[in-house]
Design a protein around this ligand. Structure first.
Ligand SMILES: NC(=O)c1ccc[n+]([C@@H]2O[C@H](COP(=O)([O-])OP(=O)(O)OC[C@H]3O[C@@H](n4cnc5c(N)ncnc54)[C@H](OP(=O)(O)O)[C@@H]3O)[C@@H](O)[C@H]2O)c1
Length: 234
């Protein structure tokens, strides 16, 4: 197990939902945090101490390098990145628009790509770099044609995890996709779970992130599925 003390973790979308739950949990474990959000002032800092906050907009490439550079200036190291921020605007097979598909690929795949690329030299230098990528079970199988665009962008996000694993392997970088079903956040506030299904508590995903961060280099966990209903997939 890698102790959290002195490990610096960047979290995107830290202002609400899963990102905020992870920030609070990791702070309670002793990790040093660098928190990214489109509006850093919207991050509720209660329980987060004097963590660095920085603007990060997935669709603006330079905010990735700015945030990584600022984190290095403040802490001198980066040990992990939690690629959490994401968006779901549908992208239906039959009616999805070009704008919908473009937005989801920009936020769910390209933004995380630019952020991971900027951080990778520092993750390699740490000797035990970690990338935790909040994918989705929608990035493992397609159950609803009306969110094809979201699924496709999350399949791409999962590919990013595997590319990072391959590239960073010999330098001790380990990458993990976390693939949940429904999680109880604003993203799915209008979704009613099917009979027998439920919404996962964001704190359970936060604990899953902490678990993935805690493993040593000799355990590489590529994907973690977290179901919110019974299914044969996982
Ligand atoms: N909730 C679920 O059922 C579920 C299931 C599987 C996977 N996920 C994934 O979990 C991750 C976190 O989502 P959540 O459930 O916590 O939903 P959420 O409460 O809607 O949070 C989404 C986060 O992403 C940020 N974000 C959206 N567009 C962005 C952009 N262009 N640039 C930077 N940040 C942006 C939001 O920032 P603002 O506050 O500025 O909008 C917010 O911090 C996402 O990747 C999502 O796809 C969610």
């Amino acid at each position: 197990m890698i102790p959290p003390t002195d490990r610096v973790v960047m979290i995107s979308g830290a202002n609400r939902g899963i990102g905020l739950a992870a920030a609070k949990h990791l702070a309670s474990l002793g990790y040093t945090l660098s928190l990214g959000a489109r509006d850093p002032a919207s991050i509720p800092m209660d329980g987060l101490g004097d963590a660095l906050t920085h603007r990060w907009e997935a669709t603006e490439t330079e905010t990735s390098t700015d945030w990584v550079d600022t984190t290095m200036e403040r802490y001198g190291r980066i040990d992990a990145v939690f690629l959490n921020a994401g968006v779901e605007v549908g992208g239906s097979l039959l009616t999805g628009t070009e704008d919908e598909f473009d937005l989801m690929f920009a936020v769910n795949f390209k933004g995380p790509l630019w952020l991971a690329r900027a951080a990778l030299p520092h993750l390699k230098a740490s000797g035990h770099g970690r990338v935790i990528n909040l994918v989705s079970l929608a990035g493992k199988r397609v159950m609803r044609a009306k969110i094809l665009g979201y699924s496709a962008s999350k399949f791409a996000a999962n590919a990013l995890t595997h590319a990072i694993r391959e590239d960073g392997w010999k330098d001790g970088v380990r990458a993990t996709s976390i693939c949940p079903g429904l999680v109880d956040t604003r993203m799915v506030e209008d979704v009613t779970p099917a009979e027998g299904a439920f919404k996962i508590d964001p704190d359970d995903i936060a604990q899953t992130v902490a678990y993935a961060l805690s493993l040593s280099n000799s355990a590489s966990v590529a994907e973690i599925g977290v179901n919110s209903r019974f299914e044969h997939m996982l």
